[in-house]
Design a protein around this ligand. Structure first.
Ligand code: C2E
Ligand code: C2E
Ligand code: C2E
Length: 89
């Protein structure tokens, strides 16, 4: 793919996340659950997280932040629009 740039605005689709197998999304699901718990934010269909957290998650998944962004889009956890355009004319 032509992506491999990190997402700029990270809004995780929590419903989609729940549908995916735990062996793939386990670390991400636990991370999201921890943030929900810290915020007391339990009722959302989506969860906005920090750009810094994407970098931490990328280390956990042994990918670059850009590669993890592509993976999350492929899983349907992030929307296509999360991948920044290469060029803005
Ligand atoms: P904290 O980092 O000391 O942030 C305290 C409060 O500042 C947060 O309370 C929130 O009201 C506000 N805040 C900080 N950064 C942002 C931001 O980028 N956007 C917005 N809208 N508000 C911000 P809150 O939400 O109850 O979170 C409590 C604590 O939980 C935070 O303390 C932090 O330690 C942790 N936390 C919450 N959400 C995240 C997250 O997405 N990533 C990380 N790494 N930690 C988080
Ligand atoms: P938005 O950022 O496009 O978010 C749209 C809706 O997605 C939000 O509507 C909310 O229902 C959901 N959403 C996004 N992130 C989260 C999340 O981390 N947790 C939960 N539970 N829901 C989330 P809502 O709440 O009516 O907010 C409407 C708009 O108001 C937002 O559009 C944003 O532009 C602004 N807004 C709300 N809260 C914040 C905030 O903490 N920081 C900033 N900068 N803007 C906010
Ligand atoms: P947002 O609330 O629209 O914040 C956009 C950016 O403004 C954040 O990007 C961060 O760079 C900066 N910012 C906002 N509030 C604070 C703050 O209290 N302290 C500092 N140091 N910076 C702040 P970032 O970090 O990538 O976060 C993206 C989105 O994730 C935030 O959008 C918010 O929706 C959510 N978020 C991040 N941390 C928290 C948090 O602690 N609590 C809550 N409720 N939401 C958070």
């Amino acid at each position: 793919p032509s992506g491999s740039e990190p997402a700029t605005k990270i809004v995780i689709n929590l419903e989609r996340l729940q549908q995916l197998p735990a062996d793939k999304v386990g670390p991400l699901a636990r991370y999201a659950a921890a943030i929900q718990s810290q915020r007391g934010d339990y009722n959302g269909k989506v969860l906005s997280i920090r750009a810094e957290d994407l970098r931490s998650l990328a280390i956990i998944y042994d990918m670059s932040p850009g590669e993890l962004t592509d993976q999350l889009i492929e899983w349907g956890v992030l929307p296509q629009e999360a991948r920044p355009a290469h060029r803005v004319d």
